[in-house]
Design a protein around this ligand. Structure first.
Ligand code: GLN
Length: 420
């Protein structure tokens, strides 16, 4: 059998081909000259499988899609506080190149608009790097996200720099507010090179999958940025990634995303996949027209909207029964699946309701594949409280899904491989 996923992607591309509305970015001459009919889409899973259709190996410049990744690098390299002191996290509701800085402080509202991204470029790597070393830190970081060495397109970069008056104006304003400490011209040159990094749809899908996979590249296994940085970046992508179209995108598509004026568009679905599309004709927000249609379709067809409510946690308790009898009776709560707060709450409730019925309680985790830290602490607290009430507590955990099963003061658990 052949996988249906590439066929699905091809079909989706065919359906948007007739839409020739919009136009390639006009303000960067090299981009205006791009072939407007290029079209590609790819999915990359968090275990490294890539599915693609159309122009998935054609190189184009990353442009603003570099912004979330450079923000992640800055957070990882400098820590949160120094970065947050200089760039906010509030949606601006304005165009990507708007000259909008916070009243008084001069802080850019978020790292997805140019003002914020020019600032985050200067925050990547340690503070003492020169502009060349800083650019190398950024290109190496973007490359680690993609899983291969990426290069800068010198022609696109030169073409943008000749017309970079607006970004230069923004950078000078940032310098006047002390948000930038360095020469504004050098920072804009570095930022423009960052935007001119060449990528393919396949690269972008893998970069997005690295975000979806908590910062670890699914192919190379390299941890590129920290988990807290990924959470921060995905949050900012979902509120600010689509600029003045963020609300429409959040309701229609519901996937943290970022667009670029060369026609790329990415989405990262946490724990599932990275998605990328490429089609150079843009709408009035500077986002690929066909890219938006494709993402709307992917989200609807495959239930990818992040606010789509998952099945309720009640299925966590698979059965609740008593084994043995008399003073040896043990109540067994057989649990299953992945357990987080709401699932653990079901277990707590079940344990509370059935407490007096048997001398002992066993939590059978044989069918549980994951327990997050909150669930772990809640189950251990169940064990501690039951011990204090005079019950014997057992945890059946043949696969060790409950690490360090110490319930704390006054609690005691016996860990078993099975109840037999
Ligand atoms: N390099 C472009 C700029 O700064 C990036 C803009 C974008 O992709 N939205 O104007």
């Amino acid at each position: 059998m052949r996988s249906m996923i590439p066929d699905y992607l091809s079909e989706a591309l065919t359906d948007v081909t007739s839409d020739t509305s919009g136009a390639p970015a006009g303000y960067i001459p090299e981009l205006a000259a791009a072939d407007p009919d290029r079209l590609g889409a790819a999915f990359a899973t968090v275990d490294g499988e890539v599915y693609g259709a159309g122009d998935v190996d054609v190189e184009f410049t990353i442009q603003s899609i570099s912004k979330p990744f450079t923000y992640a690098l800055a957070l990882t390299d400098r820590g949160f506080d120094p970065v947050l002191a200089r760039v906010g996290v509030e949606p601006s509701g304005e165009a990507f190149n708007e000259i909008s800085l916070e009243d008084g402080s001069g802080r850019p509202r978020n790292p997805m608009i140019n003002a914020g991204a020019i600032t985050t470029h200067a925050l990547a790597g340690s503070w003492d790097l020169d502009p060349g070393e800083r650019l190398e830190r950024v290109v190496a970081g973007l490359s680690a996200f993609a899983g291969r060495r990426l290069e800068v397109d010198a022609a696109v970069c030169a073409s943008e720099l000749e017309h970079a008056h607006r970004n230069l104006a923004i950078a000078h304003l940032l310098r006047s507010h002390g948000i930038l400490d360095e020469d504004p011209t050098a920072v804009v040159a570095g930022y423009t090179r960052q935007c001119s990094v060449l990528v393919t749809v396949r690269d972008l899908a893998m970069m997005a999958a690295t975000l979806a996979n908590r910062g670890v590249n699914p192919r190379t296994g390299e941890r590129v940025v920290s988990e807290p940085a990924v959470r921060q970046v995905l949050s900012v992508m979902s509120t600010c990634g689509m600029y003045d179209a963020a609300g429409d995108w959040a309701t229609q598509v519901g996937i943290p995303a970022k667009s670029g004026v060369a026609g790329g568009l990415i989405g990262a679905l946490p724990g599932q996949i990275g998605i990328a599309t490429f089609s150079p004709r843009l709408d009035s927000h500077g986002t690929s027209v066909r890219g938006v249609s494709l993402f709307e379709r992917f989200s609807a067809d495959m239930g990818m909207h992040l606010m789509e409510v998952p099945p309720p946690a009640r299925s966590v308790v698979r059965s609740n029964h008593v084994v043995r009898s008399g003073p040896d009776a043990i109540r067994v709560l057989e649990l299953q699946g992945g357990i987080r707060f709401a699932g653990a709450e079901r277990v707590v409730r079940e344990a509370v309701a059935s407490e007096p019925a048997a001398a002992g309680l066993a939590l059978d985790l044989t069918m549980v594949h994951s327990l997050d830290d909150v669930a772990r602490r809640m189950l251990l607290e169940v064990a501690r409280r039951l011990t204090l009430d005079g019950h014997d507590v057992y945890v059946v955990d043949p696969e060790s899904v409950l690490p360090d099963p110490d319930p704390g003061e006054g609690g005691r658990v016996t860990v078993l491989d099975s109840l037999r």
